[in-house]
Design a protein around this ligand. Sequence first.
Ligand code: 9D3
Length: 246
Amino acid sequence: MRLDILTLFPGMFSGPLEESIIKRARAKGLVDIRIINIRDFSTNKHHSVDDYPFGGGVGMVMQVDPIARAVRHTDPDCEARVILTCPQGKIFNQELAWELAQEKHLVIICGHYEGVDERVREVLVDDEISIGDYVLTGGEIPALVLADAVIRLLPGALGADDAAREDSFSMGLLEYPQYTRPEVWEGRRVPPVLLSGNHEQIRLWRRREALSRTIKRRPDLLDLKNLSEEDLKLLAEIERECERDG
Ligand code: 9D3
């Protein structure tokens, strides 16, 4: 995959894309990431990239021309999927991450200031994406979020163990609690079942914990039609427990 990020703040991308799984994916040649400074595509003598809004109002608006020149430089044949990170966009989720991971070339334009000239959306952009309902300073961190979620899905990016977990049956549930050494820490013991060596008991305990956490914290995630007979029995047990404990 090729991934171009168009931004007024290229410095915000040094660091996060040079660590861990993304670093390894780049080293393996799974993704070719370029950070492109929109200011390099300004044609006026002050290298300006924003201006006052027509009709008045506070703040500045990102101009269409430098953005258009940057997009056309990076994608001359209009083959890429072009994304604008902006608060008005569709809220990003795992399904959209999977969809973007199928593309050969992604271009992410990072919105900033009070807004972007509407003609950017009309002429250059395929999708507008937000990462959630909170106010950030710009679209750079959202671009990093998109990049991270998509790159880890590229074939070969995760180790074999992580990849197996990704499509395991537990998907759609919150994870069960995990423990490692020591067995007792400040008087707190690891649940004895995990030390029992009884793999069937361990599997059932983990499944019950995952179901219990999901129903208590994120009931919106539970999709009854994805649950087995065993899951429904475990859920009934959890419900009885809750009623007993209040
Ligand atoms: C006058 C400014 N704002 C009214 C509340 C609008 C606004 C524009 C731009 C607010 C924040 C921003 C900067 N944020 C993004 O560009 C952004 C974003 C976000 O703030 N939250 C979640 N996802 C995203 S994607 C891009």
